[in-house]
Design a protein around this ligand. Sequence first.
Ligand SMILES: CC(C)(COP(=O)(O)OP(=O)(O)OC[C@H]1O[C@@H](n2cnc3c(N)ncnc32)[C@H](O)[C@@H]1OP(=O)(O)O)[C@@H](O)C(=O)NCCC(=O)NCCS
Length: 176
Amino acid sequence: MTQSTHVPLPAGYVMRTWAEEDVEAVSQLDALVFGPDSWSHEIFRHEYRASTEQNPHSFYQVITYGGVVIGFAGLLYGPPFADVTTIGVHPDHTAQKLGAALLVWLMDTAQELGAMDILLEVRADNTRAQRLYTDNGFEHIHTRPKYYPGGIDAWVMRKRLRQRGPSSAVALTDKE
Ligand SMILES: CC(C)(COP(=O)(O)OP(=O)(O)OC[C@H]1O[C@@H](n2cnc3c(N)ncnc32)[C@H](O)[C@@H]1OP(=O)(O)O)[C@@H](O)C(=O)NCCC(=O)NCCS
């Protein structure tokens, strides 16, 4: 099984699995980076409970700087697919490959879980996020018209992690 190339974090940044005490900070950061598209605090509490179950299907990591949460990402595994539930970096910390480090963790986790594909939704006008995804092998496969408040379309993007084969699924290498 091939792992994506690990993205080293700049000095002072730490990436780790979120803890209960991070839920409030993640919820506030989510409101900052997503504005009207942000989730309620209760949704994050639900996600935290789901991520700490016996056999979890939800997985979350945070990035901290000086102990403060400045980035987060989540994955939901519903075999055979994995869905990116969210990914965000504080505006004061963008353009340092922190989003890339979170995306690589999402892709590697989906691969380790055995997912065939990893999928996500992105606003049609979010060109920065789309570039991050296409840089990592995601393709725009479908459009949901007027999905977001204000009538913005949603792009569904997918990265294949395993080849469909007659007998068994074969992990795809980055070269394919
Ligand atoms: C979208 C978002 C997460 C991107 O985060 P970011 O930390 O600014 O992005 P990054 O700096 O990691 O990504 C771009 C850079 O990483 C590089 N990169 C991308 N994939 C890489 C990889 N696998 N390995 C190494 N570098 C990589 C790109 O080349 C680019 O480098 P450059 O700036 O030198 O051209 C952030 O802008 C954000 O939180 N936006 C608001 C919320 C949002 O829109 N989330 C997405 C919803 S779908």
